[in-house]
Write a protein of this length. Structure first.
Length: 294
């Protein structure tokens, strides 16, 4: 089971949304990380077969995906980032409808829907209309429809947007179990959503893949660049002005522990800490720092 993306590009008028991307994706959970506008959705739409590359080709087990035709819907499951529902349908009716489109038998449909509603904690709302559901529930219905045909390749574009912390934990657990002997590709700009479940990560910036590897491999680059230092609230503004801060933690003694990224320590009290994927991400996307730090 392998997906080969060979020199794929997508041009929109004068915008090169995806620029000469090559990736060899094998079974496991893959995190596609990148800031908004990096090109993740465009790349995923091409892999999901709903948009043609301007250049390059995509193959699944040696077969160009454009020639898979009907077989394609047996192999792939896709959750788009912008997911249009049929708001007047109930959850169950909607899933039955998608199952018909995907060619499932009546018997398989019933079994599969029951299983998914249970795994995604949606049993209580099975007869509710979709437009009556919360954002997180709608997202879970979207994940359910992508899983209906038990796909070998599951493509989820920002699957965790709108999920609350509990839903995020359940989602990660479900995907980890599902991913055995399958390919799961998850795009996100929230590092913590994939840090612990992704077998591999691909980091995308300006339409290109700028790094791939396991989380451990990727964070190597940040060794010796992540520092922590305890400062008083009076000292804090100076640190905030001069440094790329990735986290602030209030301590019991009224001081603040500052975590920052730098080639060299800013002060003699700073000590080196073990890098995390989020540190690398913010190093690569410094403009995201203000948005991501909570
Ligand atoms: N249909 C389109 N027409 C023109 N430009 C587009 C279209 N789709 C995406 N883009 C542009 O391509 C770039 C990548 O977008 P997108 O793939 O949505 O990135 P991401 O999912 O990482 O946020 C952005 O600059 C976006 O504005
Ligand atoms: Mg997107």
């Amino acid at each position: 089971m392998e997906l080969f993306i060979n020199n794929v590009s997508k041009q929109f008028k004068d915008k090169n949304a995806v620029n000469d991307v090559s990736l060899h994706i094998t079974s496991g959970v893959w995190g596609l990380l990148g800031a908004n506008g990096a090109g993740k959705t465009t790349l995923m739409r091409m892999i999901a077969g709903i948009m043609e590359p301007s250049d390059g080709k995509i193959e699944y087990d040696g077969i160009p995906i454009t020639t898979l035709k009907g077989k394609y819907r047996d192999i792939f499951g896709y959750l788009p980032q912008e997911f249009g529902f049929y708001p007047e349908f109930t959850v169950k009716d909607y899933l039955e409808y998608v199952a018909t489109l995907k060619g499932l038998t009546k018997k398989d449909t019933k079994k599969k829907i029951n299983e998914l509603l249970e795994n995604l904690s949606l049993e209580n709302v099975r007869n509710k209309k979709i437009n009556k559901l919360s954002g997180g529930m709608k997202r879970r219905v979207g994940i359910a429809q992508a899983l209906l045909n038990d796909p070998e390749v599951l493509i989820l574009d920002e699957p965790t947007s709108g999920l609350d912390p509990g839903e995020r934990v359940r989602f990660r657990k479900m995907i980890s179990e599902f991913a055995k002997d399958r390919i799961v590709l998850i795009s996100t700009h929230i590092v913590s959503d994939i840090e612990y479940i992704a077998t591999k990560n691909a980091i995308m910036k300006n339409g290109q893949i700028i790094a791939t590897g396991t989380t451990d491999e990727l964070v190597q680059e940040m060794n010796g660049k992540v520092w922590e230092c305890e400062v008083s609230t009076e000292q804090l503004p100076e640190y905030e002005k001069k440094l790329q801060i990735v986290n602030l933690r209030n301590e019991d003694d009224g001081k603040v522990t500052v975590r920052y990224l730098a080639e060299k320590p800013f002060s003699s009290e700073s000590f080196k800490v073990k890098p995390r994927l989020e540190d690398l991400y913010l190093w690569l996307f410094p403009q995201e720092t203000n948005k991501e730090v909570k």
